[in-house]
Design a protein around this ligand. Structure first.
Ligand code: UD1
Length: 340
Protein backbone atom coordinates (compact mmCIF):
# COMPACT_ATOMS: atom_id res chain seq x y z
CA UNK A 1 0.00 0.00 0.00
CA UNK A 2 1.20 3.48 -0.82
CA UNK A 3 2.45 5.62 2.05
CA UNK A 4 0.47 8.72 2.90
CA UNK A 5 1.97 12.19 3.04
CA UNK A 6 0.11 15.16 4.51
CA UNK A 7 0.85 18.38 2.67
CA UNK A 8 -0.08 21.37 4.81
CA UNK A 9 -0.64 24.39 2.61
CA UNK A 10 -1.02 21.98 -0.29
CA UNK A 11 -3.38 24.25 -2.21
CA UNK A 12 -0.73 26.95 -2.58
CA UNK A 13 2.00 27.55 -5.13
CA UNK A 14 4.75 25.26 -3.84
CA UNK A 15 2.39 22.84 -2.06
CA UNK A 16 0.37 22.06 -5.18
CA UNK A 17 3.47 21.31 -7.26
CA UNK A 18 4.83 19.07 -4.51
CA UNK A 19 1.47 17.29 -4.29
CA UNK A 20 1.60 16.50 -8.01
CA UNK A 21 5.17 15.19 -7.89
CA UNK A 22 4.48 13.04 -4.81
CA UNK A 23 1.45 11.44 -6.44
CA UNK A 24 3.36 10.82 -9.65
CA UNK A 25 6.09 9.15 -7.56
CA UNK A 26 3.52 6.76 -6.07
CA UNK A 27 2.63 8.38 -2.74
CA UNK A 28 -0.88 8.99 -1.48
CA UNK A 29 -1.34 12.65 -0.61
CA UNK A 30 -3.73 14.44 1.70
CA UNK A 31 -3.95 18.17 1.17
CA UNK A 32 -4.92 20.42 4.07
CA UNK A 33 -5.09 24.18 3.81
CA UNK A 34 -7.07 26.98 5.42
CA UNK A 35 -7.31 28.69 2.00
CA UNK A 36 -6.35 32.00 3.58
CA UNK A 37 -4.05 32.96 0.73
CA UNK A 38 -5.31 30.93 -2.25
CA UNK A 39 -8.40 29.69 -4.01
CA UNK A 40 -9.23 26.24 -5.36
CA UNK A 41 -7.48 26.73 -8.70
CA UNK A 42 -4.28 24.85 -7.84
CA UNK A 43 -6.03 22.05 -5.97
CA UNK A 44 -8.31 21.47 -8.96
CA UNK A 45 -5.32 21.76 -11.28
CA UNK A 46 -3.40 19.15 -9.29
CA UNK A 47 -6.39 16.81 -9.49
CA UNK A 48 -6.58 17.31 -13.23
CA UNK A 49 -2.86 16.72 -13.82
CA UNK A 50 -2.75 13.56 -11.72
CA UNK A 51 -6.22 12.27 -12.55
CA UNK A 52 -6.66 11.62 -8.85
CA UNK A 53 -9.31 12.74 -6.43
CA UNK A 54 -6.71 14.05 -3.86
CA UNK A 55 -8.45 14.25 -0.47
CA UNK A 56 -8.74 17.83 0.76
CA UNK A 57 -9.42 19.08 4.29
CA UNK A 58 -10.00 22.72 5.17
CA UNK A 59 -7.84 22.99 8.26
CA UNK A 60 -6.26 25.87 10.09
CA UNK A 61 -3.10 24.39 11.57
CA UNK A 62 -3.22 26.89 14.41
CA UNK A 63 -6.30 25.03 15.62
CA UNK A 64 -4.82 22.13 17.54
CA UNK A 65 -8.12 20.25 17.77
CA UNK A 66 -8.54 20.40 14.01
CA UNK A 67 -5.02 19.04 13.50
CA UNK A 68 -5.77 16.32 16.03
CA UNK A 69 -8.91 15.32 14.11
CA UNK A 70 -6.95 15.23 10.86
CA UNK A 71 -4.42 12.78 12.29
CA UNK A 72 -7.14 10.71 13.94
CA UNK A 73 -9.05 10.29 10.71
CA UNK A 74 -6.04 9.48 8.52
CA UNK A 75 -2.98 7.28 8.75
CA UNK A 76 -0.28 9.82 7.99
CA UNK A 77 3.34 8.70 7.61
CA UNK A 78 4.99 12.02 6.76
CA UNK A 79 4.15 15.72 6.85
CA UNK A 80 5.44 18.39 4.53
CA UNK A 81 4.68 21.74 6.10
CA UNK A 82 4.02 24.75 3.86
CA UNK A 83 1.09 26.39 5.60
CA UNK A 84 2.51 29.78 6.56
CA UNK A 85 2.31 33.50 5.89
CA UNK A 86 5.06 34.60 3.54
CA UNK A 87 4.98 38.33 2.82
CA UNK A 88 8.12 39.97 4.15
CA UNK A 89 6.74 43.54 4.31
CA UNK A 90 3.48 42.49 5.93
CA UNK A 91 5.42 40.57 8.57
CA UNK A 92 7.22 43.78 9.55
CA UNK A 93 3.86 45.53 9.97
CA UNK A 94 2.11 42.64 11.73
CA UNK A 95 4.77 40.71 13.65
CA UNK A 96 2.45 39.14 16.22
CA UNK A 97 0.17 37.79 13.50
CA UNK A 98 3.20 36.28 11.72
CA UNK A 99 4.79 34.75 14.79
CA UNK A 100 1.48 33.37 16.00
CA UNK A 101 0.48 31.86 12.68
CA UNK A 102 3.82 30.49 11.52
CA UNK A 103 4.95 29.15 14.89
CA UNK A 104 1.67 27.85 16.34
CA UNK A 105 0.86 25.88 13.21
CA UNK A 106 4.26 24.18 13.18
CA UNK A 107 4.22 23.45 16.91
CA UNK A 108 0.82 21.81 16.52
CA UNK A 109 2.02 19.69 13.65
CA UNK A 110 5.09 18.43 15.49
CA UNK A 111 3.18 17.75 18.67
CA UNK A 112 0.21 16.01 17.08
CA UNK A 113 2.26 14.09 14.52
CA UNK A 114 4.54 12.49 17.08
CA UNK A 115 1.70 11.48 19.35
CA UNK A 116 0.15 9.70 16.36
CA UNK A 117 3.32 7.87 15.47
CA UNK A 118 4.07 10.01 12.41
CA UNK A 119 7.85 10.27 12.48
CA UNK A 120 8.77 12.20 9.37
CA UNK A 121 8.57 15.98 9.17
CA UNK A 122 9.79 18.12 6.33
CA UNK A 123 9.92 21.87 6.82
CA UNK A 124 9.98 24.40 4.00
CA UNK A 125 12.69 26.86 4.94
CA UNK A 126 14.30 29.60 2.93
CA UNK A 127 17.64 31.01 1.83
CA UNK A 128 16.51 34.08 3.70
CA UNK A 129 18.12 32.49 6.79
CA UNK A 130 21.57 33.26 5.28
CA UNK A 131 20.93 37.01 4.93
CA UNK A 132 23.76 38.54 2.88
CA UNK A 133 26.41 35.81 3.09
CA UNK A 134 30.04 36.78 3.34
CA UNK A 135 31.07 33.98 1.02
CA UNK A 136 29.28 32.76 -2.07
CA UNK A 137 27.91 30.30 -2.97
CA UNK A 138 26.36 29.39 0.37
CA UNK A 139 26.64 25.90 1.77
CA UNK A 140 24.48 24.49 4.53
CA UNK A 141 27.37 25.22 6.90
CA UNK A 142 27.37 28.93 6.08
CA UNK A 143 26.27 30.84 9.16
CA UNK A 144 22.69 32.00 9.51
CA UNK A 145 22.40 35.75 10.00
CA UNK A 146 20.08 37.63 12.25
CA UNK A 147 16.75 37.82 10.45
CA UNK A 148 15.75 41.20 9.04
CA UNK A 149 12.01 40.50 9.21
CA UNK A 150 9.61 38.56 11.43
CA UNK A 151 8.89 36.35 8.39
CA UNK A 152 12.56 35.44 8.08
CA UNK A 153 12.78 34.94 11.80
CA UNK A 154 9.89 32.44 11.76
CA UNK A 155 11.87 30.37 9.24
CA UNK A 156 14.86 30.31 11.58
CA UNK A 157 12.76 29.56 14.65
CA UNK A 158 10.89 26.74 12.91
CA UNK A 159 14.20 25.20 11.84
CA UNK A 160 15.27 25.32 15.49
CA UNK A 161 11.97 23.86 16.68
CA UNK A 162 12.43 20.94 14.31
CA UNK A 163 16.08 20.44 15.25
CA UNK A 164 15.32 20.50 18.98
CA UNK A 165 12.27 18.22 18.63
CA UNK A 166 14.28 15.65 16.71
CA UNK A 167 16.90 15.76 19.43
CA UNK A 168 14.44 15.47 22.28
CA UNK A 169 11.92 12.99 20.92
CA UNK A 170 13.70 9.90 19.71
CA UNK A 171 10.88 8.99 17.37
CA UNK A 172 10.95 12.11 15.20
CA UNK A 173 13.23 12.94 12.29
CA UNK A 174 13.25 16.05 10.21
CA UNK A 175 14.53 17.68 7.08
CA UNK A 176 14.62 21.41 6.39
CA UNK A 177 14.86 22.42 2.74
CA UNK A 178 16.21 25.91 2.21
CA UNK A 179 14.73 27.19 -1.03
CA UNK A 180 16.42 29.87 -3.04
CA UNK A 181 14.00 31.70 -5.40
CA UNK A 182 11.26 29.36 -6.63
CA UNK A 183 9.75 30.50 -9.92
CA UNK A 184 7.74 29.19 -12.87
CA UNK A 185 4.76 26.89 -13.19
CA UNK A 186 3.86 23.36 -14.14
CA UNK A 187 4.36 22.64 -17.87
CA UNK A 188 0.63 21.86 -18.12
CA UNK A 189 -0.08 25.48 -17.04
CA UNK A 190 -2.77 24.10 -14.74
CA UNK A 191 -0.99 25.12 -11.53
CA UNK A 192 1.22 28.09 -10.73
CA UNK A 193 1.70 31.13 -8.56
CA UNK A 194 -1.44 33.11 -7.75
CA UNK A 195 -0.49 36.14 -5.65
CA UNK A 196 -3.25 38.18 -4.09
CA UNK A 197 -3.02 41.91 -4.76
CA UNK A 198 0.21 43.45 -5.96
CA UNK A 199 2.91 40.77 -6.25
CA UNK A 200 6.01 41.16 -4.09
CA UNK A 201 8.08 38.66 -6.01
CA UNK A 202 9.79 39.32 -9.31
CA UNK A 203 8.37 36.75 -11.72
CA UNK A 204 4.67 37.27 -10.93
CA UNK A 205 5.29 40.99 -11.35
CA UNK A 206 6.94 40.34 -14.72
CA UNK A 207 4.09 38.15 -16.00
CA UNK A 208 1.40 40.53 -14.73
CA UNK A 209 3.15 43.43 -16.47
CA UNK A 210 3.41 41.39 -19.66
CA UNK A 211 -0.32 40.63 -19.62
CA UNK A 212 -1.19 44.27 -18.91
CA UNK A 213 -2.37 43.96 -15.29
CA UNK A 214 0.54 46.15 -14.16
CA UNK A 215 1.76 49.12 -16.08
CA UNK A 216 5.47 48.89 -15.51
CA UNK A 217 7.95 46.65 -13.74
CA UNK A 218 10.28 48.45 -11.34
CA UNK A 219 13.73 46.93 -11.15
CA UNK A 220 14.78 47.69 -7.62
CA UNK A 221 18.32 49.06 -7.83
CA UNK A 222 20.85 49.09 -10.67
CA UNK A 223 23.73 50.38 -8.58
CA UNK A 224 24.59 47.16 -6.76
CA UNK A 225 28.20 45.91 -6.92
CA UNK A 226 27.30 43.21 -9.46
CA UNK A 227 28.20 42.87 -13.18
CA UNK A 228 25.10 44.72 -14.43
CA UNK A 229 24.25 46.58 -11.21
CA UNK A 230 21.12 44.54 -10.42
CA UNK A 231 20.78 41.92 -7.67
CA UNK A 232 21.87 38.32 -8.14
CA UNK A 233 19.63 35.42 -7.13
CA UNK A 234 19.40 31.67 -7.64
CA UNK A 235 16.10 31.11 -9.46
CA UNK A 236 14.95 27.54 -9.05
CA UNK A 237 12.25 26.00 -11.22
CA UNK A 238 9.15 25.07 -9.24
CA UNK A 239 8.89 21.55 -10.69
CA UNK A 240 12.57 20.88 -9.97
CA UNK A 241 12.02 22.22 -6.46
CA UNK A 242 8.97 19.99 -6.01
CA UNK A 243 11.00 16.94 -7.04
CA UNK A 244 13.52 17.69 -4.28
CA UNK A 245 10.69 17.08 -1.81
CA UNK A 246 10.03 13.64 -3.23
CA UNK A 247 13.72 12.79 -2.82
CA UNK A 248 13.72 14.13 0.75
CA UNK A 249 10.55 12.31 1.76
CA UNK A 250 11.76 8.99 0.41
CA UNK A 251 15.10 9.51 2.15
CA UNK A 252 13.21 9.88 5.45
CA UNK A 253 10.76 7.04 4.86
CA UNK A 254 13.41 4.62 3.65
CA UNK A 255 15.64 5.30 6.64
CA UNK A 256 18.45 6.70 4.54
CA UNK A 257 19.18 9.80 6.58
CA UNK A 258 22.70 10.22 7.90
CA UNK A 259 21.54 12.37 10.79
CA UNK A 260 18.03 12.52 12.25
CA UNK A 261 17.87 16.23 11.34
CA UNK A 262 19.24 17.34 7.99
CA UNK A 263 19.33 20.58 6.04
CA UNK A 264 19.62 20.94 2.27
CA UNK A 265 20.00 23.93 -0.01
CA UNK A 266 17.63 23.71 -2.94
CA UNK A 267 18.93 25.86 -5.75
CA UNK A 268 20.66 25.66 -9.11
CA UNK A 269 24.05 26.99 -8.05
CA UNK A 270 23.88 29.64 -10.79
CA UNK A 271 23.54 33.36 -10.05
CA UNK A 272 21.22 35.26 -12.40
CA UNK A 273 20.70 39.02 -12.26
CA UNK A 274 17.29 40.68 -12.27
CA UNK A 275 18.10 42.22 -15.64
CA UNK A 276 19.21 38.89 -17.08
CA UNK A 277 15.96 37.31 -15.95
CA UNK A 278 13.90 40.12 -17.44
CA UNK A 279 15.79 39.85 -20.74
CA UNK A 280 15.42 36.06 -20.81
CA UNK A 281 11.67 36.43 -20.26
CA UNK A 282 11.39 38.90 -23.14
CA UNK A 283 13.45 36.72 -25.46
CA UNK A 284 11.79 33.33 -24.90
CA UNK A 285 8.28 34.72 -24.96
CA UNK A 286 8.82 37.32 -27.68
CA UNK A 287 7.46 40.09 -25.47
CA UNK A 288 8.65 43.62 -24.95
CA UNK A 289 8.35 44.31 -21.26
CA UNK A 290 7.74 47.78 -19.90
CA UNK A 291 10.31 48.28 -17.15
CA UNK A 292 12.25 51.03 -15.45
CA UNK A 293 15.02 51.25 -12.89
CA UNK A 294 13.85 52.26 -9.44
CA UNK A 295 15.57 52.79 -6.09
CA UNK A 296 16.74 49.78 -4.11
CA UNK A 297 14.07 47.94 -2.10
CA UNK A 298 14.79 48.09 1.64
CA UNK A 299 15.87 44.73 3.03
CA UNK A 300 17.11 43.28 -0.28
CA UNK A 301 20.49 41.59 -0.26
CA UNK A 302 22.94 42.15 -3.11
CA UNK A 303 23.64 38.57 -4.07
CA UNK A 304 22.82 35.08 -2.89
CA UNK A 305 23.10 31.75 -4.60
CA UNK A 306 23.38 28.16 -3.51
CA UNK A 307 26.01 25.55 -3.38
CA UNK A 308 23.58 22.67 -4.02
CA UNK A 309 26.20 19.91 -3.95
CA UNK A 310 24.94 18.39 -0.69
CA UNK A 311 21.45 17.95 -2.19
CA UNK A 312 22.98 16.71 -5.44
CA UNK A 313 24.98 14.06 -3.64
CA UNK A 314 22.81 13.05 -0.71
CA UNK A 315 19.33 13.46 -2.19
CA UNK A 316 20.34 12.40 -5.68
CA UNK A 317 18.58 15.54 -6.87
CA UNK A 318 19.63 18.18 -9.34
CA UNK A 319 17.99 21.25 -10.86
CA UNK A 320 17.37 20.34 -14.49
CA UNK A 321 14.91 22.63 -16.20
CA UNK A 322 16.56 25.45 -18.17
CA UNK A 323 15.46 28.90 -17.05
CA UNK A 324 14.02 29.59 -20.52
CA UNK A 325 11.55 26.74 -20.09
CA UNK A 326 10.67 27.95 -16.62
CA UNK A 327 9.93 31.44 -17.90
CA UNK A 328 7.84 30.06 -20.76
CA UNK A 329 5.80 28.06 -18.25
CA UNK A 330 5.33 31.13 -16.04
CA UNK A 331 3.98 33.05 -19.03
CA UNK A 332 1.67 30.21 -20.12
CA UNK A 333 0.28 30.10 -16.60
CA UNK A 334 -0.38 33.86 -16.57
CA UNK A 335 -2.24 33.56 -19.89
CA UNK A 336 -4.27 30.63 -18.55
CA UNK A 337 -5.27 32.62 -15.46
CA UNK A 338 -6.19 35.65 -17.54
CA UNK A 339 -8.63 33.52 -19.58
CA UNK A 340 -10.28 31.97 -16.53
C1 UD1 B 1 11.86 37.20 -1.22
C2 UD1 B 1 12.01 37.35 0.27
C3 UD1 B 1 12.44 36.05 0.85
C4 UD1 B 1 11.42 34.97 0.52
C5 UD1 B 1 11.25 34.90 -1.00
C6 UD1 B 1 10.10 33.97 -1.32
C7 UD1 B 1 12.66 39.72 0.63
C8 UD1 B 1 13.72 40.63 1.09
N1 UD1 B 1 12.97 38.42 0.58
O1 UD1 B 1 13.15 36.92 -1.76
O2 UD1 B 1 12.56 36.18 2.24
O3 UD1 B 1 11.84 33.74 1.01
O4 UD1 B 1 10.93 36.18 -1.53
O5 UD1 B 1 10.00 33.81 -2.70
O6 UD1 B 1 11.57 40.13 0.30
N2 UD1 B 1 12.60 42.67 -7.80
C9 UD1 B 1 12.45 43.76 -8.62
N3 UD1 B 1 11.19 44.21 -8.90
C10 UD1 B 1 10.07 43.63 -8.36
C11 UD1 B 1 10.23 42.51 -7.52
C12 UD1 B 1 11.51 42.06 -7.25
O7 UD1 B 1 13.42 44.32 -9.11
O8 UD1 B 1 8.96 44.09 -8.64
C13 UD1 B 1 13.96 42.16 -7.53
C14 UD1 B 1 14.36 42.20 -6.08
O9 UD1 B 1 14.93 43.43 -5.74
C15 UD1 B 1 15.33 41.03 -6.00
C16 UD1 B 1 14.82 40.04 -7.06
O10 UD1 B 1 13.99 40.80 -7.92
O11 UD1 B 1 16.61 41.46 -6.36
C17 UD1 B 1 14.04 38.90 -6.48
O12 UD1 B 1 13.02 39.42 -5.65
P1 UD1 B 1 11.88 38.51 -5.02
O13 UD1 B 1 11.24 37.68 -6.07
O14 UD1 B 1 10.98 39.39 -4.20
O15 UD1 B 1 12.68 37.51 -4.08
P2 UD1 B 1 13.72 37.82 -2.90
O16 UD1 B 1 13.64 39.23 -2.46
O17 UD1 B 1 15.03 37.30 -3.31
Amino acid sequence: MAQTVLVSGGAGFIGSHVTVELIQAGYDVIVADNMSNCDKTCLLGARKITGRKIPFFKVDFCNRNAVERLFQANKIEAVIHFAAFKAVGESVEQPVMYYRNNLDSFLNIIDVARTHGCRNILFSSSATVYGQPEELPVTEESPRQEATSPYGNTKQICEDILRDSVKAYGNVRGIALRYFNPIGAHPSALIGELPRGVPNNLVPFITQTAIGKRECLSIFGNDYPTPDGTCLRDYIDIVDLAKAHVCAVSRMMEDKMKEPYEIFNIGTGRPVSVLELVNAFQKVNGIKLNYRFAPRRPGDVTAVWADPSKANKELGWKAERPVEETLRAAWNWEKYIAKK
